[in-house]
Design a protein around this ligand. Structure first.
Ligand code: ATP
Ligand code: MG
Length: 163
């Protein structure tokens, strides 16, 4: 059944509002207004969002900002991004970051807690939904994780024809 994206993202923000407040982190929600309700597995996408937003929260210092945004990246595709103003990820680690158990800088990671599974699980779920997930980051500036999801059922009637 189709999910209202604004409502879903508002609920994510609500789930994390206490922790954000405790860390003096601002949250910004930005949802384009022409996004239709999207057929997706709400529990699964919530898990993706929880994994990505919990990272943003964990790896951002007090006073930072987390921005959750949703837009159409094209006619058939929804793009959801989570940006933070946190510590970032070194360039050399970027292409391994979605691997199971991969964590940047063991010392820093150990003090943060976690197992290194969050992003790999997020990627599995997004792939199972025929979407893709990517991450951009700059050390000491911040990180943006973006994932895409098809906005239509796989019924076929919305697939591009060969005309
Ligand atoms: P888990 O999610 O299992 O609790 P984790 O957060 O360490 O543990 P992932 O979510 O898979 O594991 O992230 C992998 C690594 O990527 C993290 O250890 C961290 O070093 C880095 N990372 C992920 N998201 C961010 C982010 N927003 N800012 C900075 N580093 C990040
Ligand atoms: Mg994590």
């Amino acid at each position: 059944q189709p999910i209202d994206i604004l409502e879903m993202l508002e609920e994510v923000t609500d789930r994390f509002s206490f922790q954000m407040h405790q860390k003096d982190i601002q949250s910004v929600l930005s949802v384009e207004n022409d996004i239709p309700a999207v057929p997706l597995d709400r529990d699964q996408i919530d898990q993706v969002l929880d994994n990505v937003v919990s990272n943003a929260l964990k790896y951002t210092l007090e006073g930072g900002t987390i921005t959750i945004a949703a837009r159409r990246s094209d006619e058939h595709t929804l793009a959801i991004s989570v940006s933070d103003t946190g510590m970032g990820i070194p360039q050399r680690d970027l292409d391994r970051i979605f691997e199971r158990f991969y964590r940047v800088d063991k010392a820093r990671s150990r003090s943060m807690g976690g197992t290194g599974l969050g992003l790999s699980i997020a990627r599995e779920i997004v792939k199972a939904h025929d979407g893709s997930i990517s991450l951009e980051s700059e050390v000491d500036v911040g990180t943006t994780v973006t994932f895409t999801l098809p906005m239509h059922d796989k019924g076929g009637e919305h697939l591009e024809g060969t005309d």
